[in-house]
Design a protein around this ligand. Structure first.
Ligand code: SF4
Ligand code: SF3
Length: 520
């Protein structure tokens, strides 16, 4: 196996014996086989010939290989077989040569990998759009194009320009997902979310798929079952069409890397709609259900019908059987038992733009930080907690994605009625942050990087990669990135990012804050 696509890769170089994520060598090789077949498929599919089935294959196929999504060899094999059949159907049975992804000149492997990994992240967002019946055709077509380009020789300059073009495609995809989510569930509003568990049966739902949550809420209504979000599902509470269900009772637990501990003793089933799934522990194995492209041999799976409908009856019956807690349960051992807030998407923030602009002009708000991205097990990630704790009282912290669980229970107070920490949503809601930044730049008649705004990013998997590429393609400079730089970026590529975009690897919160705020 050869895998270096995520932040926890072995020795910050590459997983070769077994994945730090638990991915076994045979699974890694099957995932590579799938990518090779998707490249072949893209070679035989001209834009005219693509159809809903091939679209599903490139989008879901890429998503299957994203970190912490699918460990199930037989499902990956079956999916690959379907792709092979489709290639045959399209009439081209000749062997289509495919490049060896991981071999070649270091900088070229690095750039090729950067594009491929970014595309995996975008595929996840396109998948959610599709589940809600939305699509941006330009984005879908680009998956074929990107996979074909991965199979070609390019100079460093050509790769960089392809990667920047892709960054704009991912922006379009996040924009479409924002449209899909808000048209389906309304514009998010700020909400307070309970983190204690009420007595009685309950279900925990994790991952990013709001459509799954909606179906679950409908099917659990009036059944005496409460539903709790987990991880990246927390921002669902802000959407009017989801929060209207009174049995959407709160949020359970923290970010993904704590699941093996947090799921151990809960008397309830858990549904994974997307990453990040970890190899299970036996003490909760029978309580985990997967759906969409998520898979793990031995775990239960909820299939979608032709029309996308899912029947969650097995999970519902399981919740009723387990019965939940006998008494209301304080979860203070897990997440401090705090009230969390979310729902500060671009709709809410921009509705308050005049007040925010005045606060900046009067000096009440001196700086904005966007501290966002993935969480993970790396001890260096304490940086983000310490950074947020040390931000001065006259600054605002915007956040998104699962990295926020490191600090979203902190009470940092308010400035002029605005909480100092505002959760903009899931990782794909980076689109909201971009929209707000562009609007502020417009109001102050400057470019985004001249704003009193600094992006402090944490990355783990490939969705963070596509978002980073979008931010770079927008010309956003001087972003801070950690906890480590991606192992797949070669020295030359890192140098380009530092020279062209002034990208800053994180150091210590004190040192970085001094540099950002011009102190010391
Ligand atoms: Fe290693 Fe990450 Fe690949 Fe898992 S996904 S095998 S941890 S690089
Ligand atoms: Fe988290 Fe896995 Fe990246 Fe959508 S759930 S952000 S790590």
């Amino acid at each position: 196996m050869f895998c270096f696509q995520c932040q926890q890769t072995a020795g910050n170089k590459c997983c070769v014996k077994v994945g730090v994520c638990g991915k076994q060598p045979d699974t890694a090789n099957l995932q590579d086989d799938l990518i090779y077949e998707l490249i072949r498929l893209s070679e035989v599919v001209s834009e005219k010939e693509s159809n809903t089935n091939t679209d599903r294959m490139v989008i879901d196929g890429l998503f299957i290989t994203l970190t912490n999504v699918n460990f199930d060899n037989s499902r990956i094999k079956n999916f690959t077989e379907e792709v092979r059949e489709e290639i045959k159907q399209l009439g081209n049975l000749n062997e289509i040569p495919v490049i060896d992804l991981w071999k070649g000149e270091t900088d070229i492997v690095s750039l090729r990998s950067t594009l491929l990994f970014g595309m995996k992240g975008t595929a996840a967002y396109a998948h959610h759009c599709k589940n809600l019946g939305f699509e941006d055709r330009e984005v879908t077509n680009w998956f074929y194009k990107g996979l074909r380009e991965i199979n070609r020789e390019h100079s460093i300059e050509e790769w960089l320009s392809l990667i920047m073009e892709f960054g704009q495609i991912n922006l379009k995809c996040m924009e479409k997902l924002d449209e899909a989510n808000t048209k389906s569930f309304g514009t998010p509003v700020p909400v307070k979310v309970n983190t204690d568990i009420k007595k009685g049966p309950f279900i925990v739902i994790s991952g990013h798929d709001l459509h799954d949550l909606k179906m679950l809420l409908e099917q659990t209504q009036d059944k005496g079952i409460n539903v709790y979000t987990h991880g990246e599902m927390l921002p669902a509470h802000g959407y009017p069409e989801l929060k209207k269900y009174s049995h959407l009772a709160g949020n359970f637990g923290t970010a993904w890397q704590s699941q093996q501990k947090e799921f151990e003793n809960i008397p309830a089933p858990v549904i994974f709609t997307t990453n990040c799934l970890m190899p299970y522990r036996d003490n909760y194995k029978d309580r985990i259900y997967n759906t969409n492209v998520v898979g793990y041999e031995g775990l239960k799976y909820i299939e979608a019908k032709e029309n996308g409908y899912k029947d969650f009856t097995p999970v519902i019956n399981h919740a009723l059987e387990l019965g939940g807690y006998k008494q209301d349960q304080s979860m203070s051992g897990i997440n401090g038992g705090h009230i969390l807030t979310t729902g500060f998407g671009h709709g809410t923030v921009l509705a308050n733009a005049p007040a925010i602009i005045d606060a900046v002009k009067s000096g009440a708000i001196k700086h904005f930080f966007l501290v966002g991205g993935c969480d993970g097990a790396n001890p260096g990630r304490n940086y983000y907690t310490d950074f947020v704790k040390q931000t001065p009282m006259d600054t605002i912290v915007l956040t998104l994605a699962c990295g926020k669980f490191r600090f979203n229970d902190l009470d940092l107070g308010e400035i002029g009625g605005f909480p100092r920490i505002m959760d903009m949503g899931q990782c794909n809601d980076a689109y909201s942050a971009i929209k707000v930044a562009l609007a502020l730049a417009d109001a102050f008649q400057c470019s985004v990087y001249e704003l009193p705004l600094t992006l402090v990013l944490s990355w783990y998997e490939q969705k963070a990669v596509c978002i980073l590429l979008t931010l770079l393609s927008l010309g956003i400079k001087r972003m801070y990135l950690g906890p480590t730089l991606p192992a797949f970026l070669s020295e030359t590529v890192v140098k380009v990012l530092i020279d062209t975009y002034d990208l800053q690897p994180i150091t210590s919160p004190e040192q970085d804050l001094d540099a950002i705020l011009g102190r010391g």
